[in-house]
Structure formats: structure tokens, C-alpha cells
Design a protein around this ligand. Structure first.
Ligand code: GLA
Length: 380
């Protein structure tokens, strides 16, 4: 992938790039839709990367992607939200977010290639943002650490792209560590690395159902959480309890009540999952992942027929330890933890059953927990 990215750069611009940067996608094992409520999440960066070969330029930024083609040339040094609508908005938005954070970054020529599936809930956007951040951090010698890079990426999503996301995806992509998942308190931004238990494999199950209406539905969920927190008189749902929620049932819109019940219970599942993983308690791991999926389906209403069908298919397949939808939802992928010795049988059985239920082929891919975003000088 690195060689292909450099080759694309040469073909497009006729010279060698100065830098090569890469950043991973992520899966989330548990803790979904909790990050914008100051809660707990448990992602792992994965060995699927977005690569950028890049050089600074005095002219407008010129961007080419192996998947998406050319973006319109843009001056990223003074672009404001709303100005760019093609995929160049990630470069313009990151440059804008760097400025908002007090750093100035320059225009670039860049070639982008990626094997992070797009629109599937495994953070292809965050991977692109963090690869760009790593490039600018290195190229401009900025005093910006990985956590600050993640904050800048979230600012880009919130302020420039218009998606009111939390910080999980960018933190995972920037701070990933090979072999480890990451228990993150999104209030303190403290990260505790937790090894993926030996003998278990992480399998991404792609429904091949593209996500739909994600932006509006996502932002609506966040507003509903904020409304619930206001009724409960807490700064965020992180500070709420199930008992407090039950006591306020009469004052709350029933939808906001269910949204809050998901977030409060999911935070607890995330804490319990951490212990279960430490103890290699496979039954508990499975039960918590099932609880998470059901809560996302019934209370948070971000699952869909295909994600539910994939979970059912996986639960009936050999070697499964736990499975749930991963990411924002509304289509995209599930994450399954599977006994490593049974992955092939699991994949066959799961995809056959999924096809029987939906008519869709689906896709199963094992991934490994990977290191986070990096950039280095390109030496041909
Ligand atoms: C998207 C967002 C994250 C998080 C998840 C849901 O991936 O970017 O911040 O909210 O959805 O857990």
C-alpha cells in the first residue's frame, strides 16, 4: 500500500514526495455512542491503513485519492467551513482545525490510498484525518502530541464536516498500539492499553449494506442525549445513574429516556468488559457484547436488519465468543471475537447464514490491533 501510494504521487505530480504518513482505522469492541457523553469506550486501531504521500507546495493544495480521484484544488490555509464539499474537505477541515488550535499549516500535494473500508463504521474518515495530522505535525515540526492531534481531528468533524462526533475514532487512530485494545475514559482522555487475549481473533463482519442518513440521525442522537442530561440535571450522561433515570421517567420524553438508558448501561458494560477481558472470562465477554448490541438495537435504534442478521448468523457459528455492531451503526460492520483456531469455520458458517437471511454476500476479515498514526521522511 505504501508503494502504491508513492507511485500514485509520482504519476500525478511527476516528482518524489517528501513525506509518507499513515494512520489506521479502528474497531470498537464495546462502548458505543458513549464518547460524546463523556463516557467509556474500548476500541482498537486495526491493521488497515490510510496512507498519504505528500509534499508542501506554494500553490493551492492538490489532492488525489486512489479511491475517490481528484479533489478540486483548494487553498487550505484560509478555507472556512462550508467552502469545500468534495473529499478535499478533510484536508481543508484539518488545516482549519489546526488554525483553530493555534497552529498554521501549509498547502500540500498529496496522494492518498487506503484499505480501510469506507462508510462501514471502521473510521476511514478518522484514518484520513490522523494521517494528515501526522504529516503536518512532522512537516511543520509542530509541538502537537497524539492526543492533541485527535482533538484537532474531532474539531474538524464537528466544526468543518458538520458531524457532532465524539473523540473515540481519532484517539484510537492516533494512539493505537500493536496487539492491544484501548480502554479510554473520554472525559479524562486517559488511555489504558489492554492486550487482546491470546487465542482470540478480532473478525470484522461487513454487512456490505452502506450506511444511510448517518449524519442527521447521528446528530439527532446526540441532541437527545443532551436533552436527557438536562432533565436529569447532570453535565453529561456519564454522571447519570439508572436509578436516577428511573426516578425521572415521568419528566422525560420516552425516546430520550431510552437513549439515556442505552448510554448509562453501555458505560457500565464497558467497565465490566474491561474486567472480563483481564480475567479472560469468555462467557461474560459474550454476554456484554450481546447486551450492547441489543441495547443499540432496541433503545438507541442505530442497528438495522442487516446488522441484526449478521449478529444472529455469527451467534450460531462455531468458535464465536461475542459479537455486536461496531461504530455509529445504520449499516456497516459488526465486530466478532472468535476462537482463533476456528476462524475459518466461523467465517464460512456466518457468511452462509447471513446470505440466507439477507441475500447479501457480506465479508469477513480478521484484523490485528495496530500502532497509531506516524509520518516519516520519504527516502526513495
Ligand atoms: C462514530 C463517531 C464516534 C462514536 C461512534 C459511536 O464512529 O465518530 O465518535 O460516537 O460513532 O460510538
Amino acid at each position: 500500500m505504501q508503494a502504491a501510494t508513492v507511485a500514485l504521487f509520482r504519476a500525478q505530480f511527476g516528482h518524489e514526495p517528501a513525506w509518507i504518513a499513515r494512520a489506521p482505522g479502528r474497531v470498537n469492541l464495546i462502548g458505543e455512542h458513549t464518547d460524546y457523553n463523556d463516557g467509556f469506550v474500548f476500541p482498537a486501531a486495526i491493521d488497515r491503513f490510510t496512507w498519504i504521500a505528500a509534499s508542501p507546495t506554494d500553490g493551492l493544495s492538490e489532492l488525489v485519492s486512489a479511491n475517490l480521484g481528484l479533489a478540486a484544488p483548494v487553498d487550505v490555509t484560509d478555507s472556512i467551513p462550508g467552502a469545500v464539499t468534495d473529499w478535499g474537505q478533510y484536508a481543508a477541515g484539518m488545516a482549519w482545525a489546526f488554525r483553530e488550535a493555534g497552529y498554521s499549516v501549509g498547502n500540500l500535494r498529496a496522494a492518498v490510498a487506503s484499505n480501510v473500508p469506507m462508510g462501514s463504521g471502521v473510521s476511514s474518515s478518522a484514518a484520513l484525518e490522523m494521517a494528515l495530522a501526522a504529516y503536518w505535525q512532522a512537516e511543520s515540526g509542530l509541538d502537537v502530541d497524539q492526543v492533541a492531534m485527535a482533538k484537532i481531528g474531532q474539531r474538524c468533524e464537528n466544526g468543518y464536516i458538520g458531524l457532532r462526533t465524539g473523540i473515540m475514532d481519532q484517539l484510537a487512530s492516533a494512539n493505537g498500539r500493536a496487539g492491544a485494545a484501548m480502554f479510554i475514559d473520554t472525559r479524562s482522555l486517559e488511555i489504558a492499553y489492554a492486550p487482546v487475549p491470546s487465542g482470540l481473533s478480532m473478525v470484522i463482519l461487513d454487512t456490505l449494506k452502506p450506511r444511510a442518513l448517518t449524519a442527521s440521525a447521528y446528530n439527532e442522537r446526540r441532541s437527545q442525549c443532551e436533552a436527557a442530561a438536562a432533565v436529569l440535571g447532570v453535565a453529561s450522561l456519564r454522571d447519570a445513574t439508572l436509578a436516577g433515570l428511573e426516578a425521572a421517567v415521568d419528566q422525560m420524553d420516552p425516546t430520550a429516556f431510552r437513549r439515556a438508558r442505552h448510554v448509562i448501561s453501555e458505560n457500565q458494560r464497558c467497565l465490566d468488559f474491561r474486567l472480563a477481558l483481564e480475567n479472560s472470562d469468555l462467557d461474560q465477554i459474550g454476554a456484554l457484547m450481546a447486551g450492547s448490541h441489543n441495547s443499540l438495537r432496541d433503545d438507541y435504534e442505530v442497528s438495522c436488519t442487516e446488522l441484526d442478521a449478521m449478529v444472529e448468523a455469527a451467534l450460531a457459528s462455531p468458535g464465536v465468543v461475542g459479537v455486536r455492531m461496531t461504530g455509529a451503526g445504520f449499516g456497516g460492520c459488526c465486530i466478532a471475537l472468535v476462537n482463533s483456531s476456528q476462524v475459518d469455520a466461523f467465517n464460512r458458517s456466518c457468511l452462509t447464514a447471513y446470505k440466507g437471511k439477507t441475500g447479501l454476500a457480506g465479508m469477513a476479515e480478521t484484523c490485528l490491533a495496530a500502532d497509531g498514526a506516524t509520518a516519516e521522511r520519504w527516502v526513495s
